[in-house]
Design a protein around this ligand. Structure first.
Ligand SMILES: CC(C)(COP(=O)(O)OP(=O)(O)OC[C@H]1O[C@@H](n2cnc3c(N)ncnc32)[C@H](O)[C@@H]1OP(=O)(O)O)[C@@H](O)C(=O)NCCC(=O)NCCS
Length: 201
């Protein structure tokens, strides 16, 4: 265990939810108010990039998303009537889950989709053996900070000049949490279910 791992293990000790349904798995086709969570496909990327461009001043390109998907980085989308409402991207390496992107289209924000996507990624990471989850976030991004804190993340450091801005660079907060434990006190009861099972996602 590295010095950084020890530091991460000191924070975000609140535990994760158990998936619901028979055998501890929830129904893969389960819908949340007509919205379905499923794995991201390359055919989703034109819609995904459109959302990314609306949200991020320095958006990821289709090429970048594609190379993530082709090199084992996992992505999921919320889909409603063939329209992508939001997406999440996570890399798993050496027992660490790195949340690389989490983005809901503006019209779909505040519906609980971002929170459920994050919960899904954390549960997936834990099932795949990750012990720690980490992410970067702009210190000015209040909605995201609030979401991450509610999901048990705590600040563990700063990455200097991590984000490009129109004028120069902005620091990122590094946040982390552990992925083990038997209670789930940090997430509201209504959000304790992973929206999808391991199958098909
Ligand atoms: C951050 C983001 C993913 C949250 O997704 P969302 O679907 O809008 O959020 P949810 O409806 O699931 O709400 C989750 C939590 O976020 C917080 N939140 C959401 N919108 C908020 C707002 N406008 N102001 C303050 N808090 C907000 C709420 O506290 C909520 O907490 P709760 O779980 O206690 O109710 C979404 O706002 C988004 O895509 N933002 C732009 C991209 C971005 O900033 N991504 C994060 C990069 S690190």
């Amino acid at each position: 265990m590295t010095r950084f791992d020890r530091k991460y293990l000191e924070v975000g000790r609140s535990a994760l939810p158990r998936p619901s349904g028979p055998g501890g798995k929830s129904d893969a086709s389960r819908k949340t108010s007509g919205v379905r969570l499923r794995s991201m496909r390359e055919s989703d990327l034109s819609q995904v990039v459109k959302i990314e461009k609306r949200i991020n001043p320095f958006p990821w390109t289709a090429c970048f998303f594609r190379s993530c998907l082709r090199t084992g980085t996992a992505g999921w989308v919320w889909e409603q009537d063939d329209a992508i409402q939001g997406f999440g991207v996570m890399a798993l390496r050496q027992g660490r889950a790195h949340i690389l992107n989490l983005c809901m289209r503006p019209e779909s924000q505040g519906r609980g989709l971002g929170g459920k996507m994050l919960t899904h990624m954390l549960l997936r990471a834990r099932r795949r053996g990750a012990r720690i989850a980490l992410l970067e976030v702009r210190p000015s991004n209040e909605p995201a900070l609030r979401l991450y804190r509610r999901r048990g993340f705590a600040k563990v450091g700063i990455r200097k000049g991590y984000y490009l801005t129109r004028r120069s660079h902005e620091d990122a907060l590094i946040m982390a949490r552990t992925l083990y434990g038997s209670r789930f006190a940090d997430i509201p009861r209504s959000r304790r279910t992973s929206p999808v099972s391991d199958q098909g996602s």
